[in-house]
Design a protein around this ligand. Sequence first.
Ligand code: C2E
Ligand code: CA
Ligand code: CA
Length: 518
Amino acid sequence: MSDAVRDPGGDPRLGRLLDGIVKLAAGELDTRIEVDEPRDQIDAVIMGTNILAEDLQVIYQELEKRVELRTRMLHEAHLKMQKMAMTDSLTGLYNRSALVAALNEAQATAEDGGPASALLLLDLDAFKGINDSLGHSTGDRVLTTVGGRILESVREGDLVARLGGDEFAVLLPNVTPAEASTIGNRILASFEGTVEVEGKHIRCGASMGLRMAEPGQTAEDLLMEADIAMYESKAEGRSKLKVFEATMLHARQLKNQLIGELKDAIFDNQLVLYYQPIIELETGAIEGAEALVRWKHPSRGMIMPDVFIPIAEETGLISELGNWVLRAAVEQLRKWRADPVTGHHNFSIRINVSAADLQRLEFIEDVRDILGEAGLDPALLVLELTESAVIQGNDLDRYTLASLRRLGVGLEIDDFGTGYSSISYLRKLPVDAVKVDRTLLSALGSDPAQPALIAAVLQLIRACGLGAVWEGIETADQAEYLRSIGCTSGQGYYFSRPLPEPEFTEKLANNKSWPVAG
Ligand code: C2E
Ligand code: CA
Ligand code: CA
């Protein structure tokens, strides 16, 4: 600025005025221009400028306050949204993304030499049934209650999350394996298989897996391996905590491969039926056969049903598999009966039916159509169902059972004696017979009380008007004991292992019978 502008006419006030305006314009709103005694218009302009500056400053301060308030609101909304994105809206627990973030953070801390953490996964066993039978709102209450129990059982600083559905997870930072197990068991004990909701005690067992975090593992690794351990717990079905072991991973890998291969197996004729004779104990003659499926795997050799039936059930392939078994068994029976060499009178065939089959209405049609096509009397086909499928069944199961009965096929409870049948249940069940589980026989000979127990079971079955096949007869003594107390039918390695079709056909053709009476 030139001196002429700074000091026009030599009045120093004009210089100060100009300086003041420049400062104010630069945003220094607390600038005030010095004025002594107001004398003339220049002083009036200076005073006016000062008043303007005062107003500007007030307006500016208010604006700043408003901006500050808005910023705070925005920040709070952001936090709320962040929390919502991290929270499970039903239970108020953390959600999967929150857990994954926390797991990754815990792993990063561990890498820097921090303490180890552990991951617990918990899954309710019968939640689908609860939802289906008691409704979704009760189901939601069950989930909230379970979430609450978990929270009460963990330490401060542990992170509890619901991962979706009926699956919960707990991240336990800074914990030893023993402590982690203790906490896991405390959670399981906190609802001991039942929760109270709306005055009802609802059974809901839980399966739990534990994975101690190892350095370098990602959240995904940990979740996957805790899931594998939880899966083992579920397979045992006893609400027990399972700790992850490396062998479980190999089993899972094999399983994953089998899942991929099973579908082809069903349609590529890799399945075969073996037949185990059912023996009339009085005469030792064959009165029927149980068809047992095997998988002739092109590279792994023979795979037993205990391995792949659970896989088929889990992956939903069980209906295709069941349909294949039904078709193959009925077709085989038709062949045996049509052949004069093997066409035994009233020789019947049993197949194992999975609980999932009862859930399909088409199953009734399949049975009717397949029997119709083969021109066979439905009474020659006996369906073996597990006790749990029949007893815990829902309306659809009951409908299917009743329809199958009307068709005239035989219905039999498999593995009888391992479940929960009470007499009152047993009398009401729409079945004709039971297949007594082999565990009842296995103690015969070693436990002196066993004969009396077996006799009592026989009485019970008779009192309910049911027939019985005794499974797992492995010795001549067992066969003779059963015959002596009046059991009519038996099955087991003593007579024969399950046989491939040609060998079974040979036994039929030769009218093979076994010695029973001692
Ligand atoms: P399950 O229905 O209880 O079948 C009897 C099992 O006991 C068979 O095993 C049979 O080989 C075995 N067994 C027979 N006699 C004796 C004996 O005297 N002692 C002993 N220790 N065991 C004996 P397998 O063939 O391995 O079948 C296992 C299970 O797989 C069956 O148990 C059944 O639950 C299931 N399964 C088999 N075939 C099918 C099928 O076609 N469909 C379905 N859904 N399940 C099937
Ligand atoms: Ca069976
Ligand atoms: Ca059985």
